[in-house]
Design a protein around this ligand. Structure first.
Ligand code: GLU
Length: 484
């Protein structure tokens, strides 16, 4: 029988979706789609004190925004549910019983304080801070006495003194010494399963074929393999990808700047650009290609090609990609996506003529790196927002500028007809009258017309503004020159 690949993304809802985790989701998703397999979303919410349903909602929304669709998950169900660990507690309890019955686990009555003290002593003695196994060999009587004193036990797995070897699809042969590990907790004293325990049971029961996750989980994998063996479960294939690093080569974190998908979304990054960038990071696609659609990424993805060394997060490169994706959108699509950003910038897009707006957007899109910059680029088209900047004023006050602007304005006052033609003729006229050319000619006109010293091509701006608005603005600009 042919087995379909089944992979999962298993976030803990304890914070916003970090781009590193989004990349793990992307790798799993690309793998599933390429193999014609199943991509499963599982919520690991057993840490009650840190989990929050708002984070859970946010995680699902961010994944959807990125376009990473799942085939089974908490919202849509599936044949291997439930898909929230908090709804699977009976399964963990049954599996604890199995290990207890096989004498592979034991209750541990040590308190937090006692364990902390033990750790401190070991560290001071320069020894590996691992659990001593104090409760491993308690007699039934001792256990009863400790329970009677009100102590609630956690449960620990009896780690065998063995070498754990496995083959990682990305990193090759891996080896860990069981001797170096202490008996680890599988069920906490509050009855909740520990991560390594729950994850093995879930990955097994959900028939996961490949576990693809960050290399920070490598040492967990060694513990998990011990559990697979204890239960007699087949092990999945493991693949640990490198982590995203900041410029200082430390794991990408808040101090490096924006790190969550939500932050990039708010800043006006396009999901396809962010996805493309995350796919590119540390997983060079065939042929060294950099710009790939979702389908092309799926086709080009290979775990074997994934890099072992950390992937440096380069926000400039992400911005470059984002600008490129923005430029490739149609004006209609871009306008749609700009709606929240226009509102944020104080515009009411629903009150504006969509055709006029589309024309403007067609012109300014070349200059946008992110959608959130839209306000700074379109304000020049709104007469009520016309207000020459410091630099524009300085420029207008420079010798020669008055003459250029004056000649340009004089021509406008008597011109009629097509806006593009009026503009070209007014420029010619200003050039002849003032003798200015190049920057000396265009910069004062730009400053006067837009109030800025940079912006989209002036002839296009003029056509959208129209003669009437241009005349009004030139008058204002003249006043500015007089003031300066
Ligand atoms: N809940 C774990 C995490 O967010 C999942 C790790 C795994 O993929 O096993 O890190």
């Amino acid at each position: 029988m042919e087995h379909k690949a089944r992979v999962r993304f298993a976030p803990s809802p304890t914070g916003d979706l970090h781009v590193g985790n989004a990349r793990t989701a992307l790798f799993n998703w690309m793998f599933a789609r390429r193999e014609g397999g199943c991509f499963i979303l599982r919520i690991e919410d057993t840490d009650e004190s840190r989990s929050d349903s708002a984070y859970q909602t946010g995680l699902l929304e961010d994944l959807k925004w990125l376009g990473l669709d799942w085939d089974e998950g908490p919202d849509i169900g599936g044949a291997y549910g439930p898909y929230r660990q908090s709804e699977r507690l009976d399964l963990y309890a049954a599996h604890l019983k199995k290990l207890m019955d096989a004498d592979l686990a034991y209750p541990c009555y040590c308190t937090e304080e006692e364990l902390e003290e033990e750790r401190r002593t070991l560290i001071l003695a320069r020894r590996m801070p691992r659990y001593s196994g104090k409760c491993r060999n308690l007699s039934e009587k001792e256990r009863e006495a400790l329970a009677a004193s009100g102590r609630k036990p956690s449960y620990r797995f009896k780690v065998p003194r063995t070498t754990i070897e496995f083959h990682d699809l990305i990193r090759g042969p891996m080896r860990f010494e069981g001797e170096a590990m202490g008996d680890f907790i599988i069920v906490r004293s509050n009855g909740m399963p520990a991560y390594n325990f729950a994850v093995v049971i879930d990955d097994h029961l959900m028939a996961i074929s490949h576990v693809i996750r960050g290399e920070d989980h490598l040492s967990n994998t060694a513990l998990q393999i011990l559990l697979y063996r204890a239960f007699g479960f087949d092990e999945p294939v493991f693949a640990h990808h490198c982590l995203i690093l900041g410029k200082d080569h430390a794991k990408l974190g808040k101090r490096h700047g924006s790190v969550s998908v939500g932050e990039f979304r708010k800043q006006g990054f396009l999901p396809e650009a962010l996805l493309n960038y995350l796919g590119l990071l540390g997983s060079s696609f065939a042929g060294g290609r950099e710009i790939l659609s979702r389908d092309e990424m799926i086709g080009a993805f290979s775990l074997f090609r994934a890099s072992k060394s950390g992937a440096l997060f380069d926000e400039d490169k992400l911005r470059w990609l984002n600008a490129l994706y923005i430029r490739n959108l149609t004006a209609g699509d871009l306008l749609e996506r700009l709606q929240p950003f226009l509102r944020e910038a104080g515009y009411q897009p629903e009150t504006l003529d969509p055709l006029w707006l589309k024309e403007i957007i067609g012109i300014v899109k070349e200059e946008l790196t992110t959608l959130a910059e839209i306000g700074d680029h379109i304000d020049l088209f709104f007469d009520e927002r016309y207000s020459p900047s410091q630099e524009a004023r300085r420029l207008l006050a420079a010798p020669g500028a008055r003459e250029v602007v004056g000649a340009f304005g004089a021509y406008l006052n008597r011109a009629q007809g097509d806006a593009a033609e009026i503009y070209a003729a007014a420029i010619r006229h200003a050039k002849e009258k003032s003798g200015a050319r190049g920057k000396d000619l265009f910069m004062p006109v730009r400053a006067a017309l837009t109030g800025k010293i940079k912006g989209p091509e002036l002839d296009k701006v003029f056509v959208i503004l129209g003669k009437e608005s241009a005349v009004k603005r030139l008058k204002r600009a003249e006043q500015e020159i007089i003031k300066a």
